[in-house]
Design a protein around this ligand. Structure first.
Ligand SMILES: Cc1cc2nc3c(=O)[nH]c(=O)nc-3n(C[C@H](O)[C@H](O)[C@H](O)COP(=O)(O)O)c2cc1C
Length: 205
């Protein structure tokens, strides 16, 4: 296989994984994933990311509970300071959030053994740079035989000062991306449907 094919295969083969084996991930593997993140492009090469790696199950269960509580507040008030979802008016979204908030299971982090917060300061293009970093990490994880998932729900945590302190998010920083990693339970992942090229592509020759 040519190197280009290997890279493109890894990009196309990555799937969001939501079911993990109860197997710890070695620190060296986590470090390799972080290293791939650090090679992402960033505006002005500012490399605006900082990483918080959590492998402590108790802490993750705690955070999962806190997120569910924040979602409950969101459902009740349709708004949390600095965070509103216009889709909350849609019944399907409300039903989905309700199911997540009141589930007994860890439907936030899916019992993954590793959670990584990418945190950054509020500055132009910092979040875009962190998203590049996150994608690098997820592709690297896939290449190393691990599964990953971006947990958008976790960004809610960054709005609560107490939680920010608990996790150690530095002053003036927010969660730009939260990613979980672990060994996937199922090897073959269903491919999420992709929009047809015709719908999303315009050529100007
Ligand atoms: C910004 C962002 C937020 C996401 N948040 C969540 C989430 O909270 N929970 C979840 O299970 N998946 C989440 N995902 C994963 C998407 O659902 C997933 O990428 C999409 O369905 C396409 O599937 P694929 O990653 O397998 O290609 C998120 C993805 C992105 C990029």
């Amino acid at each position: 296989m040519k190197q280009s094919e290997i890279v493109i295969d890894a990009i196309k083969g990555r799937r969001s994984v939501r079911s993990f084996e109860e197997k710890r991930v070695d620190r060296e593997i986590i470090e390799e994933i972080l290293q791939a993140g650090r090679y992402a492009p960033s505006a002005e090469n500012r490399q605006p990311w900082r990483f918080i790696v959590i492998t402590n199950k108790e802490m993750m269960d705690d955070l999962s509970r806190l997120i569910k509580n924040e979602i409950k507040k969101l459902i009740k008030h349709r708004f949390i300071k600095g965070f509103s979802i216009k889709e909350l008016k849609e019944e399907d979204t409300l039903k989905f959030l309700y199911a997540v908030a009141y589930s007994e299971k860890d439907v936030i982090f899916y019992n993954a053994p590793v959670l990584i917060f990418i945190v950054t300061e509020n500055r132009l293009f910092n979040d875009e740079s962190c998203a590049c970093c996150a994608e690098n990490m997820m592709i690297a994880a896939h290449a190393l035989g691990l599964g990953s998932c971006w947990i958008g729900f976790a960004s809610i945590l960054g709005l609560n000062k107490e939680i920010k302190k608990k996790v150690g998010i530095p002053e003036g920083h927010h969660i730009s991306a939260a990613l979980v990693f672990g060994y996937p339970k199922t090897k073959k992942q269903r491919i999420a449907p992709r929009k047809s090229g015709l719908d999303i592509l315009k050529w100007i020759d």
